[in-house]
Design a protein around this ligand. Structure first.
Ligand SMILES: Cc1cc2nc3c(=O)[nH]c(=O)nc-3n(C[C@H](O)[C@H](O)[C@H](O)COP(=O)(O)O)c2cc1C
Ligand SMILES: CCCCCCC(=O)C(=O)O
Length: 389
């Protein structure tokens, strides 16, 4: 039991002379504005943009705005509990760093800066299959800090199995399987900017260092980088997968398997039938299906179908503490934070990611207290109304 929100809040007041031209932003909008100033068009729009007309991206934010908190009074909220238990482990906070590929396009510290920031806070870092640096390097800088691995399930089963082996060997404690990206969506900014970050610079470290991947190449990636990248574009995704294929993952890992990208209640039921350990309600931050349901709108429908049988997490549109509270109240056990972390990384590397997460934790804790609630595990729909009602 702590009151971590107030501690962080007073810490900010103490260390922030006003006006200080070097201060880090507080609000999401200011982080994004500052990120826009430091990033070139290509990387900025790659991060900030969505699929098609960006209607799903807008739907995500709109859904958070429609739900309103109805605070309760006189409920002794002096000491509060922000910890959660997931897949047999305890975490200090109900939030994680979403898996995000090629972070070196945003800041030279890249994935390692974000991983270090998470390690300092005890926030689980979800390393992407498409991270710039290999998962082992990320594990090395994190020490014993909590980390999960996100699998892009390659068309080549040897690569998928190799990734699972490597993740287990380097101390990742859950496998997040992203289902909504068997191929890249129609992303109009990136097409206009002719920008696909996987084809440039260090590219995708997990693949270029993978024994299974390299064994399929005539020459090593160092000798023929173009051939390696071309092969990667062929095997990265797998649009032929079906629910029956989940048995393959079970066979190749003992770690908890969590499916990311669930939006339909029937898919949530199928996930349970196929024995997965958890699901993440997500529309990939509006980056895949344009015109899809807002993730927060999908959350209560999915939770109704799941009936508490497995943990439900969510992402897509989390921008501040009150968003976390709304998602938890609608049934999520924890949330993943995506773009806010990337704007923090763009502005100030590791320090920026740490500040974004720390501020969100403080805002979440304070909002919980002011709503009359003491524990993230006790939040429920009773503190919310939907605008349409
Ligand atoms: C630049 C960028 C790269 C991403 N890369 C991945 C990835 O490699 N794997 C994955 O599962 N999701 C990826 N995502 C999706 C995030 O994990 C998450 O679902 C999304 O960012 C949540 O929405 P939000 O940004 O609105 O918070 C990426 C998102 C962004 C913005
Ligand atoms: C070729 C598709 C790679 C996508 C990996 C990154 C990602 O998920 C994203 O949203 O961007």
């Amino acid at each position: 039991m702590t009151n971590i929100g107030n501690q962080i809040q007073f810490g900010v007041y103490q260390t922030m002379p006003n006006p200080d031209p070097n201060r880090l932003p507080i609000a999401f909008e200011e982080w994004e504005e500052r990120a826009r100033e430091v990033l070139e068009d290509g990387p900025y729009y790659y991060v900030a943009g969505g699929a098609g007309g960006e209607n799903t991206m807008k739907a995500n934010l709109h859904a958070f705005n429609r739900w309103k908190i109805v605070p309760r009074m006189l409920r002794n909220v002096e000491n509060r509990d922000t910890s959660v238990e997931l897949f047999g482990k305890n975490y200090n906070f109900p939030l994680m760093h979403a898996p995000i590929g090629v972070q070196s396009i945003i800041h030279e510290e890249g994935d390692l800066g974000s991983a270090r920031a998470c390690a300092e806070l005890g926030v689980p870092f979800i390393a992407s299959s498409a991270s710039t640096v290999p998962m082992e390097k990320i594990a090395e800088v994190m020490g014993d800090a909590p980390r999960w691995f996100q699998l892009y399930w390659s068309k080549d089963p040897d690569i998928a199995a190799s990734f699972l082996r490597r993740a287990e060997a380097s101390g990742y404690s859950a496998i997040i399987v992203t289902l909504d990206t068997p191929m890249m969506a129609w992303r109009e900014h990136d097409l206009r900017n002719v920008y696909l970050p996987f084809l440039i610079g260090e590219g995708v470290g997990n693949y270029l260092t993978d024994p299974a991947f390299c064994s399929k190449l005539e020459k090593s990636p160092q000798e023929d980088p173009n051939a390696a990248i071309m092969y990667w574009t062929q095997v990265f995704g797998n649009a032929s997968l079906t629910w029956d294929d989940l048995a393959f993952l079970r066979k190749h890992t003992k770690l908890p398997i969590v499916l990311k990208g669930i939006l339909h209640p029937d898919d949530a039921k199928l996930a349970i039938e196929h024995g997965v350990d958890g699901i993440i309600v997500s529309n990939h931050g509006g980056r895949q299906v344009d015109g899809a349901i807002g993730a927060l709108d999908a959350l209560p429908l999915v939770c109704d179908a799941v009936q508490g049988q497995i943990p439900v997490l969510m992402d897509s549109g989390i921008r501040r503490g009150s968003d976390v509270i709304k998602a938890l109240a609608l049934g999520a056990k924890a949330v993943l934070v995506g773009r806010p972390c990337m704007y923090g990384l763009a502005v100030a590397g590791e320090k920026g990611v740490k500040a974004v997460l720390q501020n969100m934790i403080a805002d979440m804790d304070i909002t919980m207290a002011l709503a009359g609630e003491r524990s993230v595990n006790e939040l429920g729909k009773s503190i919310l109304v939907n605008e349409k009602f």
